[in-house]
Design a protein around this ligand. Structure first.
Ligand code: GLP
Length: 240
């Protein structure tokens, strides 16, 4: 494991996803111990090892709040590929939070966006967990998304549909839209922890750390946040 500082971003390089989960868990534990109340949570394969560490731990989240980043539009909370089911399976069934919020993919756009923005306003996020898309999206904020966005409805890019179709029976089953916290909602978190593993994230990580801050690379905005930690394995670190 090694540490490097890229301006305000602290980069922790780990051997693999397992070690990444352990390191990420330490950061979650530190936040928990120093009084964090609201945890912003992510889905995807990346946070799986972190959630495994949390499940194994004796940390208690029963007085904490969880706010998830995003959900597919059109999937009910009971759909096996919904992020509701993902969170139940990977975390909440073992570590229940006092309250957990996830966008409702079946709700009308205007109502859901207003509701979720209010949730985020009323529960300022202490620690935001992030994965990253191969195209450098964070949450479902695809390249080109304005840095000013709050919760919004997103049309998924072909690259994201391709990356996520492994979870569905066929590509045509992948929803075309999602509700996502916006870039501003993510930046409002006090601390941000992003994890990335694998060769297919190497370019996105290079652009996040070394590239210009541009809406074409949503994760590049993290360079402007005062407290960001990025955990990457050797493959994801191969270009930095
Ligand atoms: C999805 C999620 C993101 C996640 C990304 C990467 O698009 N909305 O929050 O970071 O996938 O997924 P994975 O961790 O499986 O590579």
């Amino acid at each position: 494991m090694s540490f490097e500082a890229f301006d305000n971003i602290r980069v922790i390089k780990v051997k693999d996803k397992r070690e990444g989960g352990e390191k990420a868990f330490e950061i979650v534990k530190e936040a928990h111990e120093s009084g964090a109340v609201v945890f912003g949570l992510a889905t995807g394969s990346t946070p799986e090892t972190l959630y495994r560490e949390i499940r194994k731990s004796d940390l208690d989240f029963s007085d904490k709040t969880a706010i998830n980043l995003d959900e597919y539009v059109g999937l009910s909370p009971k759909h096996p590929q919904s992020y509701h089911v993902f969170m139940d399976e990977h975390l909440f069934s073992v570590k229940p939070f006092k309250v957990s919020f996830i966008p409702n993919g079946m709700e009308d756009e205007e109502i859901e966006i207003a509701r979720y923005n209010q949730v985020i306003r009323e529960h300022p996020i202490d620690l935001q967990i992030l994965g990253i898309g191969t195209n450098a999206h964070i949450g479902f904020n695809e390249p080109g998304t304005s840095f000013d966005t709050h919760t919004h409805k997103v049309k998924l890019t072909q690259e994201t549909v391709d990356a996520n179709k492994r979870y569905f029976e066929s590509e045509t089953d992948v929803p075309g839209y999602a509700y996502s916290m916006g870039i501003q909602s993510i930046l409002s978190a006090k601390k941000i922890l992003l994890m990335a593993y694998g060769e297919n994230k190497a370019e996105a990580i290079e652009q996040t750390l070394r590239g210009p801050v541009t809406e074409d690379v949503p994760s590049s905005i993290l360079q402007t946040h005062p407290d960001v930690v990025i955990i990457i394995d050797e493959a994801a670190a191969s270009r930095v």
